[in-house]
Write a protein that binds this ligand. Structure first.
Ligand SMILES: [Zn+2]
Length: 177
């Protein structure tokens, strides 16, 4: 197996050195006056060490990614709460229902839910929704405080602020965050 590496010449390097960065790139540093073929020879000689350590970096890779998505989730959660609160306040000026508590959850399949007591939950991905779908979602859950079903009475309530709710409902169903 041919190992691809980046060659660096350094004034300060006293001897040849191999390093692997977090992107799994192999770097060979040689003293400025050392002939370049030394690098090739050194890499061949140490190929086992390089491959073992490349594998370690690659195995670590997904761990960094997991960290990233956890942070993403927390950031979105904060944004989601703000969006949900603002929109609920805005639409509730019209409806004037009794909202008790808003919570943001990491639910797999649901965009939102509402309890009889007026506790409303939203999926944190509300932060990723286009404005008009987020508005529809908020109005949908808000109207469940008054109507805990999907009856025509419920849709009549939704329609008062989202006349094209049918199209938005369909769009939300097909939305892939
Ligand atoms: Zn519903």
């Amino acid at each position: 197996m041919k190992i691809i590496y980046t060659l660096r010449k350094s004034k300060r390097a006293r001897t040849i050195r191999i390093s692997i960065n977090h992107e799994a790139r192999v770097m060979v540093t040689i003293p400025r006056l050392m002939p370049e073929f030394f690098a090739d020879r050194f890499v061949k000689k140490n190929s086992k060490w390089i491959l073992t350590n490349l594998e370690k970096v690659r195995l670590k890779g997904p761990v960094f990614q997991l960290k990233g998505s956890r942070n993403e989730y927390l950031t979105d959660k904060v944004r989601a709460k703000k969006i949900a609160e603002e929109k609920l306040a805005e639409f509730n000026k019209f409806y004037n229902f009794n909202v008790r508590r808003i919570a943001i959850r990491n639910t797999k399949s649901r965009w939102g839910s509402c309890s009889k007591k007026g506790n409303i939950n939203f999926n944190y991905k509300i932060a990723q929704l286009p404005e008009k779908l987020a508005n529809y979602l908020v109005v949908h859950e808000l109207c469940h405080i008054e109507q805990m079903n999907h009856s025509s009475k419920f849709w009549d309530l939704v329609k008062k602020t989202v006349p094209d709710y049918k199209a938005r409902r369909k769009e939300l169903r097909n939305f892939k965050p």
